[in-house]
Design a protein around this ligand. Sequence first.
Ligand SMILES: Cc1ncc(C[n+]2csc(CCOP(=O)(O)OP(=O)(O)O)c2C)c(N)n1
Ligand SMILES: [Mg+2]
Length: 432
Amino acid sequence: MANVSRNDTALMANAIRALAMDAVQQANSGHPGAPMGMAEIAVALWGRHLKHNPADPHWADRDRFVLSNGHGSMLLYALLHLSGYDLAMSELRNFRQLHSLTPGHPEVDVTPGVETTTGPLGQGLTNAVGMALAEKLLAHEFNRPGHAVVDHRTYVFLGDGCLMEGISHEACALAGAWKLNKLVALYDDNGISIDGKVQPWYIDDVPKRFAAYGWNVIGPIDGHDVDAVDAALKSAQTSATKPTMIVCRTVIGKGSPNRGGTAKAHGEALGAEEIKLTREALGWTSEPFVIPEAAYAAWDAKAAGATAQAGWEAAFAAYKAAHPELAAEFTRRMAGELPAGFAKTAADAVIAMHEKAETVASRKASQIVLEILTKALPEMLGGSADLTGSNLTNTSSTPALRFDDCASTMPACPTAAATSTTACASSAWPRS
Ligand SMILES: Cc1ncc(C[n+]2csc(CCOP(=O)(O)OP(=O)(O)O)c2C)c(N)n1
Ligand SMILES: [Mg+2]
């Protein structure tokens, strides 16, 4: 098995399948179907495109990856383990056990490399929209000609269930309106969920639905063809103004001779006999929780990740030399620290309001506080459910987000010069 290249896609995909079915079997609970069905999609994205460094899951300009179909958590845990994150095989053996780093559904701040908690269907997709929005706003605010220090993508895997949830409509419609072109969704279109075939109760025409939201829709493609997914990802990366939805036709539980393609693969262990048959069908001879060295070598993202991050650190050093104040502000934001003097600003505001002892409606009191806080905290974003004049969420430092085509409406946009694919905000942004 020497000299296996990154192109040995079957080995890479089957390593995921083996880990998923064996961990679910060991726990006697969990969901083997989605990881086994999305294995090739994962090979294409994680093996060929994702910009990340397993040694530093918090590197600011990493691509974001969200597993919105969080029940398929073993897919994410397998990917983190295989690509070199600090997630030992013993944690995979302990899948779904109390205090392990591998809870039933991914949880942020528990497992290194998990960007956000998922499990409630639709939520991950929605958070991914938020992450893509954050990238776009940060890029617009901080990038300068020749210095694209914020330039990453947000990738999200999702299944039928995420699309059934109403929240996916609201968030994805906004993603289209906001022209979040660096958001790429990969839909596990397997036609199956817990209750069986999703037809006839789920009959949305997903490609038409997303096209109507203003998305770039690719497919349906064969989700088990790594090169087809790879090509779709490359195409998605050229989308200048639209988020991309790649519809990947897959077989749930792919590889399992008797459970594949059925709802039985969704959320229960395959069982010892079926696992034996699956091993034979895949030609997978390793024992449970043993991964061939060649598969580790093919998946290892540590060296490429270190190189990518080092390149970014050098670019950030040049940015810092050219724009020290912006660099300091960016560093503060990424560290999640409050601005210097913020505590005093807040305390002074409280004292002033207390002394004034004004009698106002609670929503007006809220606006008075927001006025002070938004001035001091430029990263603060909020929303109003089409009730701005009533709930008073507007302040003088927070104009509404409006994204137009920079080339035509905003010639002075700094990011336009930095990256051709980075759309930017209209003159309502940045805030004055
Ligand atoms: C909001 C919400 N409702 C219901 C569930 C329960 N649930 C977990 S997985 C699932 C079915 C998901 O189907 P799909 O996304 O097609 O996953 P697949 O079976 O293809 O792996 C449901 C209904 C949930 N996790 N979240
Ligand atoms: Mg499904």
